[in-house]
Design a protein. Structure first.
Lengths: 249, 439
């Protein structure tokens, strides 16, 4: 019954937020062509938590980058929030990312010369938000991730878990509609992994955000509403664990 | 992204690499100061030329004389112009003319005890003396009501000699205090025994009062005696009466002046006014003629000097480009991160252009300071250098006009922006996803 309901909703596209139609991506390495994505079609709803899982080389990171507008497909359509990403130029993509996307990386990707506070507020800097406002917002977000006491530490003075928390704060500070995470726990131990995952999923839920996580860790996929298994550039299967509707009810 | 944020971020980035920033800025300092100092030498040179010519007379004065026409030349002398009061009036109405001073000149002798000086006696309008650069060294200038009052040229004391003495000695006279007489007898002291006494002209000797002695520094005013125009006209009439001569044809008559000086409001208008007067049929000269050609020479020298300076600025510009390219290699990952988290490509471009412009501007500012120091040192210790150019001591060898300071600032910032343009484009076009993967 529940399944039918969600199927129905998908048919009338009420809550659809991301739509991929026959996406293909081929990399050229010299003369050799490498097929990263073969023919991927996928639909993701608002407030959904999707896990992309697969071995390395399965194309999961490529897929994530495309949905974030960081890479362009060789063929196919990528529609996010009614924007055709494949048709946008660099300038429009930047604007799109600024307004819609938050990013969490495996290697944190914090700017080493900036403090935690500066790293988080940098996102708002690019949006042109004045200094006092953005620093207040950044400090609040860092408190949310439990780093209220480390605002003025540089990345090199923090542990991996703490750095990833800064990175999470950075991804959520501009209140994006969608957050992408590429192996967010890849460099963390098991205990920290759970802390970080709880943090990400909790915040995404609180702010009604769509969350797409790439991982090869099956335990992490337990958090997801749906798990998309990728293999050699194709979707192998989609596991539905629960729906976000069910969760909210 | 806010412009203020770009400024702070750019300063921070440059500060992060202090040594490299300093070295790059140093390059610009050397480039900017060498170009400024080289140009300042050129300005000094052209100023020296100007000063030199100004010593020969005023640069804004045009000398107008009777048009010389050759009757045998066809078309010549089509209009008979004369230097009379009508000419004075017509010059006064020309645009840019400040004042006009007609000069009458005759020749006479000044007698001071046993000393005599044969001098040109010039009648001028006392009202315009100041405007034509007359300056009293002692006493005062002439005034309108002066009768039989003279104003001596600055070097007149040296012109007196003792006709009875065989060797020349420094005359012991005081122009301001001694009693003197003047005569318009052109042959005073040279009694020609061949002329019978009956034909001798009885020239009047006038007791003269002295108004003052002109200040030195202007070669035109160093020699001769000045009197009010009306006085000279009166004296000339008396002389002619004594000689019982009618004015010879072609000679200047009472109503004709020897020459008319025309004062122009600004140096740049001298040429126009001079040309206009020439078209009216007069001969017109001004020191501007010489100045033009000397300035041209100075300009060429300045161009060569500036070119030498420009080479070092070019090297500095390459230095900026190199620094910025290196900086982008180092910051590739950072640029990638910034792009992914929402920096627009214009933000990235602006950031890098600002950094390179700041390097240029900093170099320019410090370069100007260094130039002033160098310029000061050259002016202080470089008189030997000045002799080489033949400008002599007294005038500055190196002059930095204020506009050059601003031009140098703008130019060095511009050089920074141009040098940073290629690196900024590179940063702009970096693929975010590839940049983020670089370690």
């Amino acid at each position: 019954m529940v399944d039918f309901n969600s199927q129905l909703r998908r048919c009338i596209n009420l809550d659809e937020f991301i739509r991929l139609n026959n996406v293909k991506k081929i990399y050229r390495m010299g003369d050799e062509k490498i097929k990263a994505l073969d023919d991927v079609s996928l639909s993701i709803e608002k407030r959904e938590f999707i896990c992309l899982i697969g071995t390395s080389g399965s194309g999961k990171s490529t897929l994530l980058n495309m949905m974030a507008g960081l890479e362009k497909p060789t063929k196919g359509e990528i529609i996010v929030n009614n924007h055709h990403l494949e048709k946008m130029n660099e300038r429009q993509l930047t604007k799109f990312r600024q307004l819609n996307v938050g990013f969490v990386f495996q290697s944190y990707n914090l700017i080493p010369t900036l403090t935690a506070l500066e790293n988080v507020s940098l996102v708002l800097t690019f949006k042109g938000i004045p200094k006092s406002t953005r620093e207040k917002a950044a400090a609040k977000m860092l408190k949310n991730v439990g780093l209220g006491g480390r605002l003025h530490h540089k990345p090199s003075e923090m542990s991996g878990g703490q750095q990833q928390r800064v990175s999470i704060a950075r991804a959520f500070v501009s209140n994006p509609r969608i957050v992408f995470a590429d192996e967010p726990t890849g460099n963390l131990d098991t205990k920290t992994t759970y802390e970080v995952m709880d943090l990400i999923t909790g915040m995404a839920k609180d702010f009604n955000q769509t969350l797409v996580i790439v991982t090869h860790d099956v335990e992490i996929s337990d958090y997801a509403h749906r798990i998309v298994h990728l293999r050699d550039g194709n979707i192998e299967k989609i596991e539905i664990q629960k729906t976000h509707k069910e969760e909210t009810e | 992204m806010n412009n203020l944020d770009i400024v702070f971020m750019g300063i921070k980035n440059l500060w992060r690499r202090k040594l490299r920033t300093f070295l790059t800025v140093l390059g610009v300092i050397i480039g900017a100061s060498s170009i400024i100092v080289m140009l300042s030498l050129g300005f000094g040179l052209s100023q020296a030329f100007e000063d030199q010519i100004a010593q020969w007379g005023s640069l804004t004065t045009i000398n107008v004389q009777q048009g010389w026409s050759d009757p045998s030349m066809p078309g010549a002398g089509k209009e008979d112009v004369s230097l009379d009061d009508a000419a004075v009036v017509s010059f006064k109405t020309l645009p840019h003319v400040v004042s006009v001073s007609p000069t009458l000149e005759t020749y006479g002798s000044i007698i001071n005890g046993r000393y005599v000086a044969g001098v040109p006696i010039r009648g001028i309008d006392p009202d315009v003396m100041e405007e034509f650069g007359f300056e009293a060294g002692e006493g005062r200038l002439l005034a309108a009501g002066d009768e039989l009052t003279v104003l001596f040229g600055s070097d007149m004391a040296q012109n007196f000699y003792d006709p009875k003495s065989r060797v020349w000695r420094e005359p012991k006279i005081n122009l301001m205090k001694d009693r003197m007489t003047m005569t318009l007898n052109p042959n005073y002291g040279w009694d020609d025994p061949n002329i019978p006494p009956s034909e001798k002209v009885d020239y009047k000797e006038y007791k003269i009062k002295v108004a003052g002695v002109l200040a030195g520094g202007n070669w035109e005013h160093s020699y001769g005696v000045y009197m009010p125009l009306t006085e000279i006209q009166k004296l000339i009439k008396e002389k002619e009466k004594a000689e019982d001569l009618r004015p010879a044809p072609g000679q200047p008559t009472n109503s004709q002046y020897m020459r008319i000086d025309v004062k122009v409001d600004d140096m740049k208008n001298v040429k126009d006014v001079q040309d206009t007067i020439k078209i009216m049929g007069y001969e017109a000269y001004s020191l501007n003629d010489q100045l033009e050609s000397m300035k041209e020479t100075a300009g060429i020298i300045q161009l060569v000097l500036g070119g030498i300076g420009a080479i070092s600025l070019l090297v500095a510009a390459i230095g900026i480009t190199n620094t910025m390219v290196m900086s982008i290699y180092e910051r590739t990952r950072e640029i990638g991160i910034m792009k992914v988290i929402g920096a627009s490509i214009t933000d990235i471009k602006k950031l890098f252009l600002f950094e390179s412009a700041l390097i240029g501007l900093l170099g320019g500012i410090i370069g100007i300071g260094v130039s002033y120091l160098l310029s000061f040192a050259i002016n202080q210790f470089g008189s030997a250098f000045g002799d080489m150019f033949g400008t002599g001591a007294g005038t500055k060898i190196s002059i930095i006009p204020i506009w050059l300071v601003f031009a140098a600032l703008a130019f060095s910032a511009l050089i920074g922006i141009i040098s940073g343009y290629y690196p900024a484009r590179r940063a702009m076009n970096l693929s975010a996803i590839e940049a983020i993967r670089t370690e």
